[in-house]
Design a protein around this ligand. Structure first.
Ligand code: ZN
Length: 340
């Protein structure tokens, strides 16, 4: 171990040389290398966590650079895969640890392959479809995970430890589709709130990995940097009837088809269909999409003209993406603009 590299962290008494050695022996996975994920990965790798897996399905775009500090203009111009660009940048910061980039869309088929050989899973995603999947894997295999979300100027964070704390389903119910559909691509996000939420996620991870469980937050953090709110929300007790951690049904893992079924539908049109039907709040959705192009809203369906593609959204959540040829891009656009 490099004594100089970690000297300031080892001077911090709760970590010390023994905590540092534990970090070196630890393995984590970061899901999503966007705004939260780049902060998560940076702090974990620099702290000396021995193995970090970086999982992301997207490529770097110019609109990422305002907050995703691991990427630069060349990455955006070349459309590099985020996981690979992030891994390359972080290896320059710390060559003593192992970094494994995975360019993949995390889903029920591969989630257990990528998430079960680690000590902690960190949520850097932007949607609840993937968070519920992470929660299923975490509960099934008793792996702690750190939920994090940031949009606009506010964010939330919670360290969820199966068997000890409530799980995501206990906290938010089995179906988050009735909740807000705000995403960073519809209402925006500012960098400061992302850095705060992600840093809290890493702090919780460092406490757990170094055996400082008594310092864990044990509640949900809510912060709004613009409206000056900082709250600690009680998570309450585990729900014994919870379909996930109570009944161990793992609905997001034991599916017969992708939770988003994506199929080619003629030339340059792709259909995206969520496996669970949900009722889209069409008027609110129309309002959210208006800044991105002309929106036409006719009863049961909504159309939005983006620059180089068009969205047709049905009230049951099904969507047609016209002018899109790549299945992964269709999935990504759906998660971004429609959400779940
Ligand atoms: Zn639960």
């Amino acid at each position: 171990m490099n004594e100089v590299r970690y000297s300031r962290q080892m001077l911090f008494r709760p970590i010390g040389p023994s905590g540092q050695a534990r970090l070196q022996a630890s393995r984590v996975a970061v899901v999503g290398l966007g705004a939260l994920g780049t902060v998560l990965a940076t702090e974990l790798v620099r702290a000396g966590v021995g193995f970090t897996r970086l999982i992301d399905r997207d490529v770097v775009e110019m609109s990422n650079l305002q907050r995703q500090s691991l990427y630069d203009e060349v990455d955006a111009a070349e459309g590099r895969a985020k996981a690979e660009a992030a891994a390359e940048r972080l290896r320059q910061a710390n060559a003593d640890v192992e970094i494994e980039p995975v360019v993949a869309d995390l889903n029920w088929r591969n989630a257990e392959q990528w998430l079960t050989d680690v000590d902690v899973i960190l949520d850097g995603t932007d949607n609840f479809e993937v968070r519920y999947l992470i929660n299923d894997v975490a509960v099934k295999h008793r792996i702690p995970w750190v939920y994090g979300g940031a949009v606009s100027s506010f964010g939330t964070m919670a360290f969820l430890n199966p068997g000890d704390t409530p799980c995501l389903v206990c906290l938010f119910g089995a179906d988050r589709s009735g909740g807000g559909t705000d995403t960073c691509d519809t209402v925006g996000v500012i960098a400061p709130v992302v850095a705060i939420v992600a840093s809290y996620q890493v702090a919780e991870t460092l406490k757990f990995l170094t055996g400082n469980d008594q310092h864990l937050h044990r509640s949900m953090l809510y912060v709004d940097v613009w409206n000056n709110e900082f709250q600690r929300l009680q998570m309450g007790e585990r729900n014994p009837e919870c379909p996930c951690c109570g009944q161990r049904l793992f609905a997001h893992l034991n599916v017969q088809a992708d939770s988003l079924t994506v199929s080619l539908c003629g030339r340059r049109t792709i259909q995206v269909r969520p496996s669970q039907e949900w009722t889209v709040p069409m008027e609110r959705m129309a309002e959210r999409l208006r800044p991105f192009g002309q929106v036409r809203f006719t009863g049961s369906l909504l159309r939005c003209e983006f620059d180089d593609w068009q969205l047709t959204l049905f009230s049951d959540g099904r969507a047609l993406l016209h002018g899109v040829e790549d299945v992964a891009r269709a999935r990504s656009l759906y998660a971004r603009y429609v959400g779940m």
